[in-house]
Design a protein around this ligand. Structure first.
Ligand code: ATP
Length: 363
């Protein structure tokens, strides 16, 4: 029986709509070959351009539409010149994170053999790990709450047992799924600074407690500074890394750098019910409207959506399609087929997305 999934679509600002359109086309194409699932896409208004027009960045109706959707696809949002009266940027993606309790920021770091990268990977080595960034508390808890006087400034980092437990359970479940699919040894590394801060000793203690429920998986620890070093020196050794919000913010850009740039870095913000899938990059206003943006981070985020829906709804065909889509993008990039300018090529957005579609159709 075919199950229809409702997908909320936020097209976003700048290059957002340009990379969303081919991504939705690819998803429609994939689903048209399945008899176990179908998609119904529902485009919802939000973002900086919408705010400039209406004074609302995330209308209540859009929030409600996203809440009842099976998954949320979100392109890049925000424009440098459009701001709230207090000077902060329009970022409905952060509002969605808070509204839906999307505690797990999932950032896969993938580099297949042959793919160009700033690293000189030893022959035969590939990178395939996932960084999970806690996305609702940590140092970002302090956003808007910092205290500044003439002589000092203070920001507070917050770690709660409740969110940490959910985060670590998610990390171990992800490592188990990866292990089952032949990706990684089933190792979860807690990245912290427990040697200096009590909050991180607390974080680590909760990690250790949760790890006891997963005797079949490997649990280990690493300090954040050493992790930055090892991400450059031996990134192939990582499987699942889980860390606090600010550390994750920084390490995930390092991860994007290893892959050759933001144009290839997908992400997901996942909670207990909802999940948002979006590229790591911003709305790139400097290249918007020219049809030259790299669509691959958005397409890879759509592949993550297929993976997540597949696990949640126990749909093996969808899991396979998620893998096919990811591998198609990886193949296209590894063969330097129709690369966009950010990757050293000359292709436009449509040409790059068409290369993925061609490969999917050929299989
Ligand atoms: P934000 O703070 O909203 O994440 P940002 O200031 O980090 O945004 P981006 O919008 O991500 O900036 O852009 C950074 C640079 O990367 C810009 O030069 C932009 O053109 C380029 N860039 C970002 N995304 C893409 C893409 N998909 N394809 C090609 N270039 C991109």
């Amino acid at each position: 029986m075919t199950k229809t999934f409702e997908i909320a679509v936020f097209e976003g600002d700048g290059i957002g709509p340009e990379i969303m359109a081919p991504t939705v086309d690819i998803l429609k194409n994939i689903a048209s070959h399945s008899n176990s699932y179908a998609f119904n896409f529902n485009t919802l208004p939000a973002g900086a351009a919408h705010y400039a027009k209406t004074g609302e960045s995330l209308p209540e109706t859009s929030l409600a539409g996203a809440r009842k959707a099976d998954a949320i696809l979100l392109s890049a949002m925000g424009l440098p010149d459009v701001r709230y009266p207090d000077g902060t940027e329009i970022s409905p993606q952060i509002e969605l994170r808070k509204a839906f309790g999307l505690f797990a920021g999932v950032r896969p770091v993938r580099l297949s053999a042959g793919q160009a990268s700033p690293l000189n990977l030893p022959e035969g080595r590939e990178i395939d790990f996932v960084l999970i960034r806690e996305s609702t508390e940590g140092l970002f808890y302090s956003q808007g709450r910092g205290e500044v006087s003439e002589d000092e400034a203070t920001e507070t980092l917050r770690i709660t047992r409740d969110v940490s437990e959910k985060l670590f359970r998610f990390a171990f479940d992800l490592a188990a799924t990866r292990k089952k699919n032949g990706r990684g040894p089933g190792r979860v590394t807690c990245v912290d600074k427990a040697n200096v801060f009590r909050a991180f000793a607390f974080f680590r203690e909760i990690f250790d407690d949760i790890s006891h429920s997963h005797p079949d998986l490997i649990a280990d620890h690493a300090y954040v500074d050493a992790t930055a070093l090892w991400m450059v020196q031996k990134p192939w050794e990582f499987d699942v890394l889980v860390t606090e919000n600010m550390f994750g913010d920084i390490l995930s850009d390092l991860g994007a750098g290893l892959m050759g740039g933001l144009g290839l870095a997908p992400s997901a913000d996942i909670g207990l019910q909802q999940a948002v899938f979006q590229p790591c990059h911003g709305s790139a206003p400097d290249i918007a409207g020219r049809g030259v943006a790299n669509p691959h981070a958005m397409i890879l985020s759509a592949a993550m959506m297929l993976d997540w829906l597949a696990v949640k709804h126990d749909n093996a065909a969808m899991a396979q399609d998620g893998r096919r889509l990811r591998e198609a993008v990886e193949d296209v990039v590894a063969r330097a087929d129709s690369l966009t300018r950010d990757l050293g090529g000359v292709a436009g957005t449509k040409e790059a997305a068409d290369a993925v579609l061609r490969l999917l159709k050929r299989e």
